[in-house]
Design a protein around this ligand. Sequence first.
Ligand code: CTP
Ligand code: MG
Length: 228
Amino acid sequence: VTVVALVPAAGRGERLGAGRPKALVPVRGEPLLTHAVRGLLASGRVDHVVVAAPPAEVDQVADLLRPLGPAVHVVAGGGERTDSVRLALDAALTFAPAADVVLVHDAARAFTPPEVVRAVVDAVVGGAPAVVPVLPVADTVKQVDADGRVVGTPDRSALRAVQTPQGFAVDLLRRAHAAAEGAATDDAGLVERLGEPVATVPGHPWAMKVTTPFDLAVAEAVLAGEEG
Ligand code: CTP
Ligand code: MG
């Protein structure tokens, strides 16, 4: 089995507001992207990594990741996350033509434990064509209309919060992106539109997405605890 991981990292990080692309924001001395790629490689299941960097920062990102070795490649990302994933997926044809499993992992989920990466890969290898790591939802979730009025309360026990890396048979993800119209917030959503089944494995609190300054503070605290 050959596994390629795609890391969309081309976002601007507007909500974090750190004055630079989020992937390059340091946590305990290293950029989020470095933590994210190192975590993928630490799983022992990932053979190639293709990072979609902000177009203006491709050379800087390539320099940053060079110490992680020749399995890591950097290409320019696109305007929306879906575009960045598609560009990395196309580049994977060049860098990892033999790949049969593809992971899509947000740079912003930089502290995902390697165990989660392994669980996703193993589920795909075990025969599930699409796999997402999930956690139970702690908050009650309301559906609202355009005026913010509550129209329903989905049964919380049937809801899951979805993380990355999401894992796919390569051919299925290619088909899903080829058929995709417009952007999607996650890749499994594109697979669902094809009517294909998506399986779940347990996620982990540390696979949280760093979106806001609060999340960055949480990540700093988590890592401080890790390192003692
Ligand atoms: N991403 C990307 N290309 C884009 C937009 C997003 O590769 N055009 C990546 C981000 O770099 C991030 C992941 O997709 O790793 C999840 O996106 P998000 O958390 O929304 O990051 P940003 O778009 O950078 O943040 P914001 O929406 O606050 O600007
Ligand atoms: Mg965004």
